[in-house]
Design a protein around this ligand. Structure first.
Ligand code: PMP
Length: 316
């Protein structure tokens, strides 16, 4: 049984509808073959300003459209129109708390046959109130997965494809059943890719290191945000290069980042403490900075947050 949704609306087949009416057929191509792509954005409630801010929506929709392009889905919406639909949906919901948004593009035809070409696509969007994603953001215990990350020549990790998340589900399930909070996963070459649904960084000799964009990772918007914040605000070096598994064993600090996880310290990898085994000073500073930035409380990064209620919606 599923809980009664706390959200009231969805954008579905070109219009806003009650959430109960946003339903697809069991014959839907995307449901049968995983031929969809999704996004995940957060809205942060700022109580001083009585405003809800969506974090980097333009960048998120650029990635949704890039995934759609790879799937040969030609949406009738521009990036800016998708942001506008998102703001309208949130205005209708009227949240005064943090929330999460789930845009989806999918092959919507009821048809048997595995292919990408000559198939109709649709866009849908819903939102939910949302707090934490990982229960242990202050200190995640992590194990390396026995699974391998999907690779660019089979299921490209660069696209946020629905079908590809079976890989993440295998990885996360194994980790949880083995008693870890999360997993790290290696790519085909044996280098570290990312977590089940988050990018990863370590700190070695005061430098931040993260796998490059061709290491079968999702090109995370939080990852990009962190790289810029570290360089501009902490004045530390960030290097994108292949990472070995055992570098986590000797790192001073390590952390996950992503829209869902936000910024979670990794305090243990494969039963070995990372650094002191507690959240380190760089992760602590970065988390403080990140939470101010996403809530619109840092003047230098106001352009990354889009206010929901201050907008005058354009009718559509
Ligand atoms: N990697 C994977 C596999 C993910 O699913 C996510 C979550 N979208 C991320 C990384 C982090 O990406 P972002 O910072 O854009 O949310």
């Amino acid at each position: 049984m599923t809980a009664k949704p706390q959200n009231k609306y969805a954008f579905f087949e070109g219009k806003f509808v009650p959430i109960e009416d946003a339903k697809v057929s069991i014959m839907t191509h995307a449901l049968n073959y995983g031929t969809g792509a999704f996004g995940g954005l957060r809205g942060y409630w700022n109580s001083e300003e009585e405003e809800l801010f969506v974090f980097r929506p333009y960048e998120h929709y650029e990635r949704v459209l890039a995934s759609a392009k790879m799937l040969m889905i030609d949406l009738p919406y521009t990036r800016d129109e998708l942001v506008n639909i998102t703001l309208q949906l949130l205005q209708k919901e009227g949240y005064r708390e943090d929330c999460y948004l789930r845009p989806l593009v999918y092959k919507s035809e009821s048809i048997i046959g595995v292919r990408l070409n000559n198939l109709e696509g649709q866009f849908s969007l819903f939102s939910i109130p949302f707090g934490r994603y990982v229960s242990n953001e202050e200190g995640a215990r992590v194990g390396f997965s026995s699974w391998t990350r999907v690779s660019d020549n089979s299921v490209p990790a660069r696209g946020k494809f629905t079908g590809a998340y079976i890989n993440s589900a295998f990885i996360k399930t194994e980790a949880l059943l083995n008693g870890f909070d999360e997993a790290l996963v290696l790519d085909d070459s044996g280098h570290v890719a990312e977590g089940s649904a988050e990018n990863v960084f370590i700190v070695r000799n005061g430098t931040l290191i993260t796998p490059p964009v061709n290491a079968d990772i999702l090109e995370g918007i939080t990852r990009r945000t962190i790289i810029q914040l570290v360089r501009e605000q902490l004045g530390l070096e960030v290097v994108e290069r292949p990472l070995d598994r055992t570098e986590f064993y000797v790192a001073e600090e390590a952390f996950f980042c992503g829209t869902g996880v936000q910024l979670a310290a990794i305090i243990e990898v494969d039963h070995r403490p990372v650094g002191t085994g507690k959240m380190g000073p760089i992760v602590r500073d970065l988390r403080d900075l990140y939470f101010r930035v996403v809530r619109g409380q840092h003047p230098d990064y106001r352009h990354w947050v889009t206010p929901v209620y201050a907008q005058v919606p354009s009718a559509k």
